[in-house]
Design a protein around this ligand. Structure first.
Ligand SMILES: Cc1cc2nc3c(=O)[nH]c(=O)nc-3n(C[C@H](O)[C@H](O)[C@H](O)COP(=O)(O)OP(=O)(O)OC[C@H]3O[C@@H](n4cnc5c(N)ncnc54)[C@H](O)[C@@H]3O)c2cc1C
Length: 386
């Protein structure tokens, strides 16, 4: 029986490991993070600090300042800390194990209002012996012997061996691991994308009583997606609550691209190149102008005033900590990996996660990443690899 090692227990790693184990493979999963329980709500989950990484610092625009970039670590990866919000447009409705619920008119991966991350959706009740889930163990590089991948080296120097290795470390760390291991050729790390997004921040007041720290709604108009977030404080004497609201305007079909490279110490040097195509800024600014035309509720805390929308958008894209972290495409299928997720020149190695999308999905990326992973395992099974 073939022994598989999956690097990363995030969205893709959850699906791949569960499907391989269900097919009878011996599967070990290694992840950089712990299994600390996270909350159902986006803000509550992001407060569980050992499940969240804000490194590496990244440049959103070419030559811009370094800003933190949030990702999730541990079982479920991004899905354990994210908004768990699905866009229901797009060709992504076929088979998967993710539960759906409509909460406040938004489709979420929850059951009775409680988050179900991809690890829980695919492994509970577990299809993988828990001693085969190795946590808090960052992988440093891949081990290659005579053009065959034979395992991984962890940051503590331990070597873990397997017949086949699947890298599911996410859109920034997967190209980083390939670059460190000199695998995949010159296209590795090239073409990185994200959904450019800005947050119009304003005060909110509600007489609904406290309904939890955040409420989101989602709308789509052509290439623009608009998400409304509210973070309400405790109820006051009159049982009304006040707090901050953010109307997040996102461009879902950007053309701008950046890259993941290695710095001289082997750490990821990331630039998203956002706004390198002027049309992206124009489309996003158009979306912002429409929202402003409709008027923001409450006192404006941070939004463009007058006719400076495009300048404001450029400045916020470059300097603000991103409200949307949907990185994709640094190991694109077609240029770095083939239709089975295999990089050229190394056997027994597969890459499956948001890094292999040729472009960032034009919808929220969690469900497309699940579908991609399902499709990939289907292909491996059909080809007799498992
Ligand atoms: C705060 C936040 C909010 C988001 N909101 C939404 C949303 O509402 N809807 C939506 O569709 N998408 C959302 N996303 C995006 C979505 O979560 C990601 O697109 C998705 O998680 C990508 O899946 P992945 O498998 O490529 O990577 P991940 O899910 O990030 O998984 C990568 C895994 O690899 C592990 N790893 C990384 N490096 C190493 C290493 N060196 N060694 C071992 N393990 C490693 C990590 O610990 C992690 O578990 C959000 C993301 C964030 C961070």
């Amino acid at each position: 029986m073939t022994d598989w090692l999956v690097v990363g227990a995030g969205v893709a790693g959850s699906v791949v490991s569960a499907r391989l184990a269900a097919a009878g493979a011996i599967v070990t999963v290694v992840d950089a993070g712990p299994a600390t329980v996270t909350g159902d709500d986006l803000f509550a989950a992001l407060a569980v600090t050992d499940r969240v990484r804000s490194t590496p610092l990244v440049r959103r625009v070419e030559g811009g300042p370094l800003v933190p970039y949030t990702s999730g670590v541990g079982p479920g990866g991004g899905s354990a800390v994210n908004g768990s919000i699905m866009s229901m447009s797009g060709p992504f409705r076929h088979r998967h194990s993710i539960p759906f619920e409509v909460v406040e008119r938004v489709v979420r991966s929850t059951v009775n209002g409680h988050r179900v991350d991809t690890w829980a959706a695919y492994h509970g009740p577990s299809s993988l012996a828990m001693d085969r889930l190795v946590l808090s163990t960052p992988v440093e590089s891949l081990l290659v012997d005579s053009r065959r991948c034979v395992g991984v080296r962890t940051e503590s120097g331990e070597e873990l061996f397997a017949d086949r290795v699947v890298v599911c470390a996410g859109a920034i760390m997967t190209p980083t691991l390939l670059l460190r291991s000199a695998i995949g050729g010159p296209a590795v790390g090239v073409g990185l994308q994200d959904h450019p997004a800005v947050a119009l921040v304003h005060g909110v007041r509600s007489s609904l009583g406290s309904t939890g720290p955040s409420i989101s709604t989602l709308e789509r108009v052509g290439p623009i997606q608009i998400m409304h977030l509210r973070r309400l404080g405790p109820a006051g004497d009159d049982s009304s609550v006040s707090g901050l609201g953010a109307t997040v305007v996102m461009l879902m079909r950007p053309e701008s691209r950046g890259s993941v490279r290695l710095d001289h110490e082997g750490y990821p040097a990331v630039s998203f190149g956002i706004g390198s195509v002027d049309a992206d800024i124009e489309r996003l600014s158009g979306g912002v102008s429409e929202i402003l035309g409709e008027g923001l509720a409450g006192d404006i805390v941070d939004a463009p005033r007058g006719d400076t929308v495009e300048d404001w958008v450029r400045e916020r894209l470059a300097t603000a900590v991103p409200v949307v972290t949907h990185a994709a495409s640094g190991c694109a299928m077609g240029s770095v990996v083939d239709r089975f997720g295999r990089p050229d020149g190394v056997e027994n190695l597969y890459v499956v996660d948001a890094s292999i999308f040729p472009a960032v999905p034009s919808v929220n990326p969690m469900l497309p990443t699940v579908q991609l992973s399902e499709t990939m395992v289907d292909r491996w099974l059909a080809a007799g690899f498992v």
